[in-house]
Design a protein around this ligand. Structure first.
Ligand code: FEO
Length: 392
């Protein structure tokens, strides 16, 4: 338990060991489940709880504060990592009310079987007085689920946005100290959790931009005592601008696709384009997601396996399709031994991406001179497209 400001405490837990979220998202740096106590002159509010695996840490932090009671448990988001300890806390504090919006209430009833009479339902913009401190609630849907909301502590100008602006980073730093490390973790988090909802992110950035914010206290990672650091990063990531970059994600079984990838990489570098190359047999999918935040173009590389794409390339295409980056152009390169539908299959898997597909290059067997010439033409076309949108 640590004090952020007088009568405002961080009471959450650090999970140094967690390596996967939703059994999908890699967490190379672990994570934190942040919860905060705001003590007013009349009432005490707890903002979010922790993952049920860390309930004891939260309970012991609350005990250390020595409150007989908690009046309000504000739930910003029904996902378990923030709400999973609510049922246990409602047993511990029989008078406490769960403060949340109608959508989150319905989800907490469904997911955690919280009883209807334990809720105090609030609406967008509503305030709740704790005495000398005032909580104001705002709906900020789709950061990360449809019910997500945030709390603005008016007197102290602190925003508690839950997942929004978070970073999966297990650290003992209460506030951001190592900016490059937090930037990388926050960008990974944005790519994996927020990017699919980019239009909503932009709306919510505008909405909270009207508030005077001295501090942002998210529910994962350290607190931003210089909020412009993360606000500017989000404006950049969620904005429409792309960079003169190509993400080249591939698998190669017998070096044919690999030779094509290396040739295209060199050709793009010669044309002044930044290449981010990922061998999908070994890459951290989170790194690929980070690269997709900014890149103007994605090129998928795959051999043909059982008449289709290599499953690892297909998986990466599926993930990219779900993450919906702002990528503008795409192409496919690879090889086949006799026949197949690799190109058609991969093109179909990225249907969500609003990309212009540049003519793919597929070699029969080991690439020959004409295949390398086709890759040079692909690099020329990518450069021309990047020039057309003013980034090269
Ligand atoms: Fe950190 Fe969407 O939960």
């Amino acid at each position: 338990m640590r004090q952020i400001k007088p009568n405002i405490y961080a009471v959450g837990a650090i999970d140094w060991d967690r390596r996967l979220f939703d059994e999908l998202i890699p967490l190379p740096e672990g994570t934190t489940y942040n919860a905060y106590v705001v003590k007013g002159s009349d009432k005490v509010a707890l903002l979010d709880t922790v993952d049920p695996t860390k309930s004891e840490v939260l309970m012991s932090n609350l005990m250390a504060l020595g409150f007989d009671d908690v009046d309000y448990i504000v739930s910003h988001h029904a996902e378990q990592d923030h709400s999973g300890t609510i049922p246990a806390l409602l047993l511990l504090y029989p008078n406490a009310k769960v403060v949340t919006n109608a959508k989150c209430k319905a989800m907490l009833i469904d997911l955690l079987h919280v009883e209807e009479d334990r809720f105090l339902t609030i609406t967008d913009g509503q305030t709740l007085s704790l005495g000398d401190k005032t909580l104001q609630f705002f709906d900020i849907p789709w950061v990360h689920w449809p019910e997500t909301m945030c709390t603005y502590l008016q007197e102290d100008r602190i925003l508690f946005p839950c997942d929004f602006f978070g970073s999966h980073l297990a650290t003992s730093d209460l506030f951001v100290k190592d900016e490059p490390l937090v930037y990388e973790s926050a960008k990974r988090y944005y790519a994996e959790i927020m990017m699919p909802f980019r239009p909503a992110i932009r709306k919510n950035l505008e909405k909270i931009g009207k508030l005077k914010i001295d501090m942002i206290a998210p529910s994962h990672g350290p607190v931003y005592d210089k909020p412009e650091f993360i606000l500017n990063a989000y404006r950049d990531w969620a904005g429409d601008a792309v960079k003169n970059e190509v993400v080249l994600a591939y698998v190669s079984m017998h070096e044919s696709t690999k030779q094509m990838v290396e040739h295209l990489t060199d050709a793009l570098i010669e044309r002044g384009i930044t290449v981010r190359q990922f061998n999908l047999a070994v890459t951290d999918l989170g790194k690929l997601a980070i690269a997709l935040v900014d890149a103007a173009t994605i090129v998928l590389g795959s051999p043909t396996v059982l008449t289709g794409a290599h499953p690892k390339t297909a998986y990466a295409a599926l993930v990219a399709n779900a993450l919906r980056p702002k990528t503008k152009f795409a192409s496919i390169i690879g090889s086949l031994s006799w026949s197949g539908k690799m190109v058609e299959q991969l093109t179909g898997l990225i249907a969500n991406l609003k990309v212009e597909v540049i003519e793919p290059v597929v070699a029969k067997g080991q690439p020959k001179d004409e295949d390398f010439a086709a890759l040079d033409r692909l690099a020329d076309q990518i450069l021309a497209k990047h020039k057309q949108i003013g980034i090269a």
